[in-house]
Design a protein around this ligand. Structure first.
Ligand SMILES: [Zn+2]
Length: 123
């Protein structure tokens, strides 16, 4: 099993204006559906409409509730090798899993939980 933390966001067209990004490649023993492992990607704190200060309001990434806004999102994809040296794997296809959170702490914990699960998924 191995886990590689990569510096660029792994999903979401608006990721460039997300202040929170975690992207991890995980691989267990070979899986027939994912011979190159999985991408676990989390983004959040999406400032979709930058104002004059370059900031703007944080937007939801999905439909949350008033008490629990969906400010962070983890998605899991099948990975394939990429040509980028900084991020040697990238997401392909549709997401296998989506989880949303309201806090950065919950997003980090959820991200790690999915990394651990998908490392084993290959077994
Ligand atoms: Zn990169």
């Amino acid at each position: 099993m191995s886990r590689l933390y990569m510096p660029h966001p792994g999903h979401f067209v608006g990721a460039r204006t997300c202040e929170f990004r975690l992207c991890t490649h995980v691989i267990g023993t070979s899986s027939p559906i994912a011979p190159h492992g999985f991408i676990v990607s989390t983004v959040g704190e999406w400032r979709s409409r930058p104002d004059v200060n370059g900031l703007g309001q944080i937007q939801e990434l999905g439909v949350g509730t008033k008490d629990k806004p969906a400010l962070y999102e983890t998605m899991v994809f099948v990975a394939r090798p990429s040509k980028r040296l900084c991020c040697p794997f990238e997401a392909t296809g549709d997401e296998l899993e989506t989880v949303r959170y309201s806090t950065a702490e919950a997003a980090v914990a959820g991200h790690e939980e999915l990394c651990t699960r998908f490392e084993k998924e290959g077994a």
